[in-house]
Design a protein around this ligand. Structure first.
Ligand code: MF3
Ligand code: CO
Ligand code: CO
Length: 306
């Protein structure tokens, strides 16, 4: 995957196809050329996979974090959120996702942190940028944003040995009402799930409320992408399913995990493109995703990436 990305040359002579159907009017995304992999200065503390591309295993079961670990999570999560806030002002027609990636990459390194996606299982960039029909794991490339695009930017940072992970939806200039509604309901799904998080609650309640909220509004949940425990490891237990389920597991004080539902206007089926990463809907429906890292406290939960 790594080598393939290095030597990949796939400039698009003609732009992707623009469609106007029951999902709205928007461009169906195809990957463009990806620029070279960036270096991270030697003095930055790097996660285990930055050279090997293979993450070390996380804990076997959900970790209960102590005071110091929780403070480290707060710091990395605050920083991830700050980046998401900062990048917003650069999002406009003509700007490429590669340029957004460069801005974020610099900002992370200038603050002594490492961009967690870079080299994670061979991912070649520092953020994920997923536009329109791309469900997640879009690779920043040379495609300029156009008026009407909706895009998810997913930022994860590795600061002082801990990962903080969050993502948000952005509109490029002005998107259609179908897209606005999709984004609003996606935010509502995440909010409804966060609202029920507390000690001794079933982890399955998250998926149950998210799927109920989505389907009530005519959207489907893309089931194959889950939230995850997070800490010194990028992805670990517990798995957080976003669809209705009755799997075992309870929330306990000191757990930190992400909730990151992806809603589709159409089918929940996705396929992964040749680059090994970009997940697109099979019916070209648009999707929206948003993500927070949360901490279960003694009385409820704290949104660490707020
Ligand atoms: N940030 C994503 C998540 O929410 C994971 C991206 S993995 C990458 O879990 F390799 F694609 F960056
Ligand atoms: Co993320
Ligand atoms: Co995540």
């Amino acid at each position: 995957m790594f080598l393939k990305n290095l030597f990949r040359k796939k400039p698009k002579a003609t732009p992707c196809k623009f469609i106007n159907n029951c999902f709205g009017s928007y461009e169906v995304i195809e990957p463009w050329e990806v620029t070279e992999i960036k270096e991270v200065p030697s003095y930055i503390t790097k996660p285990s996979y930055s050279k090997s591309l293979r993450p070390r295993d996380g804990p076997k079961k959900p970790e209960i974090k102590d005071k110091n670990q929780i403070q480290s999570m707060r710091d990395s999560c605050n920083f991830a959120k700050q980046i998401l806030t900062h990048i917003k002002k650069y999002i406009k027609p003509g700007v490429t996702t590669d340029e957004l990636d460069s801005i974020v990459h610099e900002m992370i390194i200038n603050n002594g942190a490492y961009p967690s996606p870079l080299n994670y299982k061979g991912f070649p960039k520092s953020i994920c940028t997923s536009i329109n029909n791309v469900a997640c794991h879009g690779i920043p490339d040379k495609r300029p944003l156009i008026n009407g695009d909706i895009l998810n930017i997913d930022v994860t940072v590795y600061l002082h040995g801990y990962h903080g992970d969050c993502s948000e939806m952005f509109e490029v200039e002005k998107c259609d009402n179908e897209a606005k509604q999709l984004i609003n309901i996606t935010k509502l799904c995440l909010k409804s799930a966060i609202d029920i998080c507390k000690p001794n609650e079933n982890l399955s309640s998250i998926g149950n409320i998210i799927e109920e909220t989505a389907s009530r509004n005519g959207y489907s949940i893309i089931p194959v992408f889950t939230g995850h425990g997070i800490g010194t490891y990028f992805h670990g237990p517990p798995d957080i399913f976003h669809f209705a389920n009755d799997f075992p597991g309870k929330m306990l004080p000191g757990m930190t995990f992400t909730i990151e539902p992806i809603l589709s206007q159409g089918s929940y089926e996705i396929k992964i493109l040749e680059d090994g990463w970009t997940a697109v809907t099979v019916d070209n429906a648009r999707t929206a995703q948003c993500e927070h890292t949360i901490l279960i406290t003694d009385t409820g939960c704290d949104v660490l990436t707020r």
